[in-house]
Design a protein around this ligand. Sequence first.
Ligand SMILES: Nc1ncnc2c1ncn2[C@@H]1O[C@H](COP(=O)(O)OP(=O)(O)O)[C@@H](O)[C@H]1O
Ligand SMILES: N[C@@H](CCC(=O)OP(=O)(O)O)C(=O)O
Length: 372
Amino acid sequence: MSSIIANSKRLVIKVGSSLVTNSGAGLDHEAIATWAAQIAALKAMGREVVLVSSGAIAEGMQRLGWKKRPSAVHELQAAAAVGQMGLVQVYETCFRKHGLHTAQILLTHDDLADRKRYLNARSTLRTLLKLNTIPIINENDTVVTEEIRFGDNDTLGALVTNLIDADALIILTDQTGLYSADPRKDPTATLVGEARAGDPALETMAGGAGSDIGRGGMLTKILAAKRAARSGAHTVIAWGREPDVLTRLAQGEAIGTQLIADEMKTVARKQWLADHLQVGGKLTLDDGAVNALRKEGKSLLSIGVSAIAGDFERGEVVTCLDTTGREIARGLVNYSAPETQKILRHASTEIESILGYVDEPELIHRDNLVLL
Ligand SMILES: Nc1ncnc2c1ncn2[C@@H]1O[C@H](COP(=O)(O)OP(=O)(O)O)[C@@H](O)[C@H]1O
Ligand SMILES: N[C@@H](CCC(=O)OP(=O)(O)O)C(=O)O
């Protein structure tokens, strides 16, 4: 059996609190250095990596000398704010040794549900990847309440996987994978080597967190795999302290639990777009633009749009019609209706002089476009 990661170019790697903080005993610098070295090796193989790291609350508690996890949300938030400083310092130091810059991104689930912020986060992350940096993502604990209470970064990892259209999500944790039951409670439990992401049987095997440090347990990891599969990404759940776990996975070795997305990426993305967002407006394309989309797989540029209808905002789904009114595509539009009205029939290079700013050179990026 070979690893589903072998052919994955863009990876989201999630490391849980129990792992980053060595079961709550402060940040584990050595382990973080090991992952940084492996991620640097993945970069050298041409992979793109986004890291989702927990550990802020646990590190904050350690720094503040708190032995017991507080139940008051504002105290958890304060601990997260203190601990996040330590977390990013360690990552920055470790990656710098490999000549890599890190970038801190703090997100809430709401940010990814909001159309505009979704596009903004996506553009920033894609730019950071182009700049060859390692984005380090955590929840923005200061401004959330429910995430902190039920907070698990597994869900965030899956949302980021969907957001940047990653090929795979690797969840590193303190167990060697998903077991038929919680191995802390049932010593006869056996490792699940491979399964279909979204198989309901997995949910009955997975329990909650086995320690006070981690939040989600296995169930949130299984649900994250199901969510990641909706944009066609596979998930691996593996032990973070397994020697060379990341580089071995990338070289094709099957380690831990592999949860396979059975939908093709393009089909899944189309479904995801169709499910998530309602059509907010219409664009009429000239024949050249229809050709560029259909035959050449290109993005839609403002120059190819001859008319618009509806009052859509940046980030809404719009439908693209040919000159006869037939729907040929749908996609997430980068400019609002009033902006599009001003830039239609104009080249991308003119956007800045017309609007005074440029969000993206494309009206709809091809990754956000589904042909019908
Ligand atoms: N079926 C299962 N297989 C493996 N671990 C399980 C299972 N059910 C529950 N768990 C528990 O989930 C824990 C990992 O989740 P969690 O503590 O939230 O880690 P992390 O901080 O890495 O997200 C394990 O230590 C284990 O006790
Ligand atoms: N944002 C929180 C992460 C929440 C959490 O504990 O998640 P996880 O360890 O992934 O179950 C923190 O940094 O402490």
